[in-house]
Design a protein around this ligand. Structure first.
Ligand SMILES: [Zn+2]
Length: 425
């Protein structure tokens, strides 16, 4: 039975592709680079995908991935050099002050929207903008799939530290279905959350006529083209589009098919569709990253949030990593990173260690050891609950996981799966 679960979802003759003896001409899933390489400075591999426009993404979408330069250093490490040496942060802060002056309300109404969960990054963003730069933000929260106790506690503390907040909780029936489809079709159970989280702030901007939106750090810092980091605003393609139900995909299924074959009505999909383009244009919505103006350091955000909004780290480390304070509010989080391990060969400890090496909190050697120790750990704590949430059995879970393994990354020997390439090898 146990052995069956290990290979369930893989056809008998396909198992040969995962033989440890094979090294060349192996099939590659998701359009990843065939040859695996690790950054010489951090621990990230060249399999790490860049930010995706999730609502356009389906099973045939080829991933764009982080690029490495001729000396084998990733763009995220190169960008961290630029942050340290080339950017004039005083001048950037002066730009922020001018931006705030331009938008600051004079009659007491809200002057910016700040999306967030009350985690360390949004706690920092909202607090400095309100209490240092004298803005009057409305914070908006796209609820996690299932709150952790610590996540809900941090959310409450954040609001009580001095913010107006709208907690938006999507229709549970629809969100569970989309999460299940995203898991089954894309091995990406976090996708509906990412889409909701991307759209919620521009949507409230359009709804309330508040043009300025602030996100915290630009995710592009960690793997997109460096050029993406040299702009203060989010690329509109991530949240703005014409509503074409044939071309919008949620959980890998077109919106049209969801309506026709999954017993969903158009109105149920509304929170996941990009906000209306004309309305955004008439409001003049602009989405800025605070990380463009202030030098971003996740660990410093943690210290700041602990001091100013009462943010608490977990008492125990997160499964799959050694960290205690990032992405701790949703019980599905550890599964998101487990699926990145399966699809791209990099799990949560890789993401955490790569940041901390770039910010000089740990050395590469320490990072490599942490990845070796924690990256492949299976998140068992909330496993049963996540299966229930997605309404799938354990066999179906492993079937989807195994189908998501790319032969160029994984080998199967003596009844065990292991990576063909790892940063410690
Ligand atoms: Zn790197």
């Amino acid at each position: 039975m146990i052995k069956d679960l290990k290979t369930i979802g893989i056809k008998k003759d396909a198992l040969d592709l995962f033989s440890p003896d094979r090294a060349d001409n192996l099939p590659v899933l998701y359009g990843l680079p065939e040859k695996v390489a690790f950054c010489k400075r951090c621990v990230v591999s060249n399999q790490r995908p860049s930010s995706t426009i999730e609502f356009k993404s389906n099973i045939n979408t080829k991933k764009e991935t982080i690029s490495f330069d001729d000396s084998g250093v990733c763009t995220a490490c190169r960008y961290s050099d630029i942050k340290d040496r080339e950017i004039d942060w005083q001048e950037r802060e002066a730009q922020l002050i001018r931006l705030c002056q331009e938008f600051r309300s004079k009659q007491g109404n809200y002057d910016c929207i700040i999306p967030g969960s009350g985690g360390k990054d949004s706690a920092f963003t909202a607090h400095v903008l309100k209490y240092k730069y004298n803005m009057h933000p409305l914070t908006v929260t796209w609820a996690p799939h299932i709150y952790t106790d610590i996540g809900f506690q941090n959310f409450q503390k954040w609001v009580h530290a001095g913010f107006d907040n709208i907690l938006f909780t999507p229709n549970g029936k629809v969100h569970r279905l989309l999460t299940k489809l995203a898991f089954e079709k894309l091995l990406h159970p976090f996708q509906p959350f990412i889409i909701g989280q991307r759209h919620i702030a521009p949507r409230f901007s359009a709804l309330y006529g508040i043009p300025l939106v602030f996100y915290g750090e630009n995710q592009a810092e960690y793997g997109n083209n460096i050029d993406d980091n040299l702009r203060p605003t989010m690329d509109k393609r991530f949240f703005q589009d014409n509503i074409d139900l044939k071309r919008i995909f949620l959980g890998g299924v077109s919106a049209e098919e969801l309506i026709n074959s999954h017993n969903i009505v158009y109105e149920d999909l509304f929170p996941y569709l990009p906000p209306d383009k004309e309305r955004l244009e008439s409001v003049g919505t602009v989405v800025h990253y605070l990380g463009f103006y202030l030098k971003w350091d996740p660990q410093e955000c943690y210290y700041y949030a602990a001091e100013h909004t009462g943010f608490s780290a977990n008492t125990e480390r997160t499964e799959g990593s050694y960290s205690k304070y990032s992405s701790i509010d949703d019980r599905i989080d550890p599964f998101h990173y487990y699926t990145t391990l399966i699809k791209f060969g990099i799990g949560r400890a890789t993401y955490d260690a790569a940041h901390e090496i770039r910010n000089r909190k740990i050395t590469r050697e320490e990072g490599v050891a942490l990845v070796k120790r924690y990256d492949s750990e299976f998140p068992k704590k909330y496993f049963k609950q996540i299966l229930e949430y997605m309404d799938i059995g354990e066999d179906r879970f492993w079937e989807c996981v195994n189908r998501g393994r790319s032969p160029h990354l994984w080998k199967f020997k003596d009844g065990e799966w292991s990576l063909r390439h790892a940063v410690w090898m």
